[in-house]
Design a protein around this ligand. Sequence first.
Ligand code: GAL
Length: 417
Amino acid sequence: MRNKIIGKIAVAGALLATTSLAQAEDVEVLHWWTSGGEAAALNVLKDDLQGQGYGWIDMPVAGGGGEAAMTTLRARVTAGDAPTAVQMLGFDILDWAEEGALANLDSVAAKEGWDAVVPQALQAFAKSDGHWISAPVNVHSTNWVWANKAILDELGIAQPTTWDEFIAAMEAVKASGKTALAHGGQAWQDATIFDGVVLSAGGTEFYKTAFIDLDMDALGSDTMLEVFNRMTTLRSYVDDNFSGRDWNLASAMVINGEAAFQIMGDWAKGEFLNAGKVPGDDFLCFRVPGSEGAVSFNSDQFAMFSVSSEGGQAAQGAMAAAIMSPSFQSAFNVVKGSVPARTDVPNDAFDACGKQGMAELAAAASAGTLVGSIAHGHANRAAVKNAIYDVVTAHFNGEYDAATAVEELVNAVEGAL
Ligand code: GAL
C-alpha cells in the first residue's frame, strides 16, 4: 500500500516536472517576419530550436520595419506579460535595456566567445553597460537597388553606376509604359529610400554629421536640399497606387516584371529567392548609385525579457546560443537576404548578392563607411527617428517642397531632442 502511494506520488511528481519543464522550455517569440521570404527564414530558426526540443510560440505582428511590433511589445510589457524573446532593432534594444527589462546574456556570450566574433558596430547595440543583452541574428543593409533583369535587357539599359544614369534608366522604363520604381508609400519605406539617397547625395561624412551627430547646420544645408530634390525625382517614378502598399508587394512588382527597380534593404532578396529567382539571371542587386562603398546597416537582434524560472532562462540561453552558431548564421542569412552577424562565417553558401554584401560590410567597417540606418533605428533613438520619418513622408507625399522639407527637418529634429 505504502509503495503504491509512493509510486503514485512519484508518478505525479514526474508528470508535474515534465509539464512544468515543457512549459518552461517554450519560447514565445515576438517578431514582424510575416512576408513569404521572411517566414521562410524564420522557419530556419524555428526548426533549429524545435530540433533541440524547445517549443516555439509564435507571436507575429505584421508591419515592415517593426513599428507595429514595438507598439504591441510596449502593451504586453505594460500588462506584465512580456514575451520571452523579441526581434528588435538598434536603439530600441538599448532603451529596453535601460528600463531594466532585458535578461543578461553574459554567460552564454562568454561560453560561446561572442566578443571576439561580433563586429563592434553590432556590439554597440547588443551590449548595455558592458553586458550582453541581445543576440544579433543578421546584418541587413538598406542602400540597395533590386532590378528586374529582363526589363533592363529588353530596353537596352545597362546597370546604372551614377545617380544620373539611374534617373535616365528610370526615365526609359517610364517611357516604355512600365513602372520605373516599385514602392510602397509607408513612412518606414520612404525613410528606407532616404537612407540611400542621403549617402548618394552627401556621402558618408555628411550622413554621419547630419544624422548621427545631428548637426543642425548639416541638417539645414544645401546638401540636404539636394537630398530632398532627389527624393522629389524618385517620387515621379512610382506608380499611382503606391500609397500604403506593403514592401513585399512592391518587391513582387519587380519579381513579376511590372516594375524595373525597387530601392529596399536586402530583406527584399528573400522575396526574390522565395519566388525561385536567381541573382544575375533574373534580378540584379547593386548599391543605390552614388552610395557605393558606404553601407547603411541594421541588425535584427533577439533580446530576451527577464524571466524568473530556470527552465525559461535555459530556453532563452539555448535560443541565444542557437542564433549565434556559425552554421545557423549561414543557413538563416542565406534565406533572409542578410549577411551573418559574426565575422567568421564562410561565404560559400551565399549567392552573388550575399557574397557582395559580406565583402562590402567588411570593407565599410574597416574604411569607416559603415553607418547605422536612419530608417531602421540604428542612427537615433525612436523620438528622433520618428521626427525624421514625419518630414520625409510629408515631403514624399507632396505636403512640403524640398526647401520646406529641409526647414521642417531641422525643426523636427530640434523638437525631438
Ligand atoms: C527591417 C528588418 C528586416 C525586415 C524588414 C521588413 O526592419 O530589419 O529583417 O524584416 O524590416 O519587414
